[in-house]
Design a protein around this ligand. Structure first.
Ligand SMILES: Cc1cc2nc3c(=O)[nH]c(=O)nc-3n(C[C@H](O)[C@H](O)[C@H](O)COP(=O)(O)OP(=O)(O)OC[C@H]3O[C@@H](n4cnc5c(N)ncnc54)[C@H](O)[C@@H]3O)c2cc1C
Length: 114
């Protein structure tokens, strides 16, 4: 299937509750991956090893460098890790955290300036 068809089909068929409503509104382009043709992986993928706990995933969600470095990606979502929607949910989480942190620091800067 052609890349443009895949893009349209993927977004059209995505469920709103999985975060696709945002994509439907704002998507301008996307990168199509054909895993089984990738000479570096041939369709293989990695996952958490046995014994990985909720707290390990939670620690992967934590920002670093005084909240200047944030982590998104399927590995930071405890419920759906290993999926596209985990990556999407994690991106929403990080975007919201950055907005809140930025708003909080701007508000404290304004108070300090008064
Ligand atoms: C064969 C296969 C089949 C799958 N099937 C499904 C499925 O049917 N349904 C489903 O929901 N999920 C499926 N998945 C899982 C899904 O594709 C992933 O969970 C999802 O793509 C993860 O998104 P992400 O943004 O977290 O990471 P990625 O999509 O892996 O993005 C990470 C990006 O970071 C880049 N990067 C890495 N290191 C660096 C660096 N040092 N500097 C700069 N860039 C870097 C990489 O090149 C990559 O572009 C499948 C995965 C594979 C491999």
């Amino acid at each position: 299937m052609a890349d443009t068809m895949l893009m349209t089909k993927g977004v059209d068929e995505g469920k709103e509750e999985d975060g696709f409503i945002f994509l439907k509104k704002h998507l301008v382009n996307c990168h199509i991956t054909r895993w089984e043709e990738d000479p570096y992986t041939y369709g293989a993928y990695s996952s958490f090893h046995l014994g990985t706990l909720e707290r390990h995933v939670e620690s992967l969600q934590q920002p670093e460098w005084d909240e200047r470095l944030w982590f998104a990606g399927e590995h930071t979502h405890s419920e759906y890790m290993g999926s596209v929607h985990a990556a999407l949910f994690s991106a929403n989480r990080v975007a919201e955290s950055i907005i809140q942190t930025t708003a909080a620091s701007q508000s404290s800067l304004s108070s300090a300036a008064v």
